[in-house]
Ligand binder design. Structure first.
Ligand code: NAG
Ligand code: NAG
Length: 421
């Protein structure tokens, strides 16, 4: 009861304070519904706070805008950024592979904003998803690109407004999330304040260029996607702090089961670690040690309606505590590890964690660097020769002309070690 009153007070204080600031928003009003969120978790055990992200190595500071998604190959670390560029971060300085913003474009809606990057195995090219414009295929060396799907094309009667993440299935089709039917990425907070399940999943075949709707009405802010080894789909439901497993098996097609509930944050992209676990990046933290307006108002739609009318988006976002967090889930969805920046000063609003050869690269759409973390020896995970070379090259410590020779030496040493033991 006390909590409830405090929340009302907070909302009213904020409302009065900002009444003059913003009386109306230039987007359709929310239609808030009540929903239940479990009591936020306590940070203990594998969720215990640490300073790994606070202290992480900043890779290429001030060289790129915020990194949203990554693809690793033995030789490259491709990263997409909020300003529609794709870089190879395993070079020094980062090498610009492609700039998908058309010359002369004006503003984000025209110039685009990338939210997801994947390898298309059938031809080794990159798929780049632009939340505003559509799906691109990009040549990883020449950087030449083409638009495979434009958001000008309606899908089951409406144009996508918030493309967000994608996976490529073993049969070569792409499954994508469209997070809302009204609110673009610029207004993402409203999707949670609204609370209705207005997002959808879509399916695209790069061979026929046909996009269709796979499922809708199931999730409030479907966001990050990843495949399980069995070929099922994991879907992050951002506003519900949850991840669901959606069956892609014939006999249980599109059946939804909980995978990981009551997460200590609002999940963004999910990526396989390559070791049978998953890394989940969080845009905001939620746990017992901080207050957050989403949990406080989940059952009070009236508050959210007032917030929409009287509080600016910027101020709404400022109600969340800045705290960087990512978690590692096992194959059953249980949390087995977490990395934190409790200050939020190094990294918050985290978009994706990429693991390759014993090294984590972590992006945020508001940080102009990546955070790199080499998994320590006590985890039993060894840094691969490829990852070691990528680190050296990104730090300008290894010229291109020396790479082949150093790789050969390292592989020889590794071979000698294996033979000895
Ligand atoms: C990056 O830019 C900020 C702000 O201009 C500056 O304070 C900082 O020293 C720069 N960092 C590097 C490594 O250049
Ligand atoms: C070889 O083994 C030694 C001792 O176990 C270790 O310190 C070293 O890092 C290993 N070298 C390589 C290239 O794996």
């Amino acid at each position: 009861m006390a909590d409830y009153r405090r929340t009302i007070l907070q909302t009213l204080v904020i409302a009065v304070y900002t009444l003059t600031a913003s009386l109306s928003q230039n987007v359709p009003p929310i239609q808030p519904v009540s929903y239940n969120l479990p009591v936020p978790p306590v940070l203990m055990g594998p969720m215990a706070a640490n300073n790994v992200l606070t202290d992480g190595e900043r890779v290429h500071p001030n060289q790129t805008k915020g990194v949203t998604s990554m693809v690793s190959t033995p030789d490259n670390l491709f990263a997409s950024t909020v300003d529609s560029k794709i870089y190879d971060m395993a070079r020094c300085p980062p090498r610009l592979i492609a700039n998908l913003a058309a010359p002369g474009c004006v503003g984000k809606y025209q110039c685009g904003q990338l939210t997801s990057l994947r390898l298309y195995p059938a031809n080794g090219h990159l798929l780049a998803l632009d939340t505003f414009r559509g799906l691109f295929m990009v040549h990883p060396v020449t950087g030449s690109y083409r638009l495979l799907f434009s958001t000008n094309t309606p899908v089951n009667g409406r144009r996508p407004v918030h493309l967000n993440d994608m996976v490529v299935t073993s049969s070569g089709v792409v499954i994508l999330s469209d997070s809302s039917d009204v609110y673009s990425i610029d207004y993402d907070t409203y999707i949670c304040m609204d609370g209705r399940n207005t997002g959808r999943l879509m399916i695209f075949d790069p061979r026929t260029l046909r996009m269709s709707e796979l499922q809708k009405g199931q999730f409030n802010f479907p966001n990050g996607l990843e495949l399980t080894p069995e070929g099922d789909l994991l879907v992050a439901e951002t506003c519900r702090a949850a991840i669901h497993r959606v069956s892609l098996q014939r006999n249980s097609w599109l059946r939804v089961e909980p995978f990981s509930l009551n997460l200590p944050g609002l999940p963004d992209n999910i990526r396989s670690s390559g070791r049978g676990t998953y890394w989940v990046a969080m845009s905001y933290a939620r746990h017992s040690g901080i207050s957050n307006p989403l949990d406080q108002n989940s059952r009070i739609p009236n508050h959210r309606a007032m917030g929409f009318r009287y509080v600016s988006l910027k101020e709404l976002r400022n109600l969340f505590t800045k705290w960087g967090i990512v978690v590692e889930l096992d194959k059953a969805g249980a949390i087995v590890g977490s990395l934190h920046d409790p200050t939020g000063n190094t990294l918050s609003m985290i978009t994706e964690v990429n693991e390759f050869g014993g090294v984590l690269n972590i992006g945020s759409h508001i940080a102009n660097y990546m955070i790199r973390f080499v998994l320590p020896a006590e985890t039993g995970i060894k840094t691969s020769v490829d990852s070691f070379l990528q680190i050296k090259r990104s730090r300008c410590e290894l010229p291109d002309s020396k790479v082949a020779e150093v790789r050969r030496q390292l592989l020889q040493k590794e071979q000698a070690n294996t033979t000895l033991h």
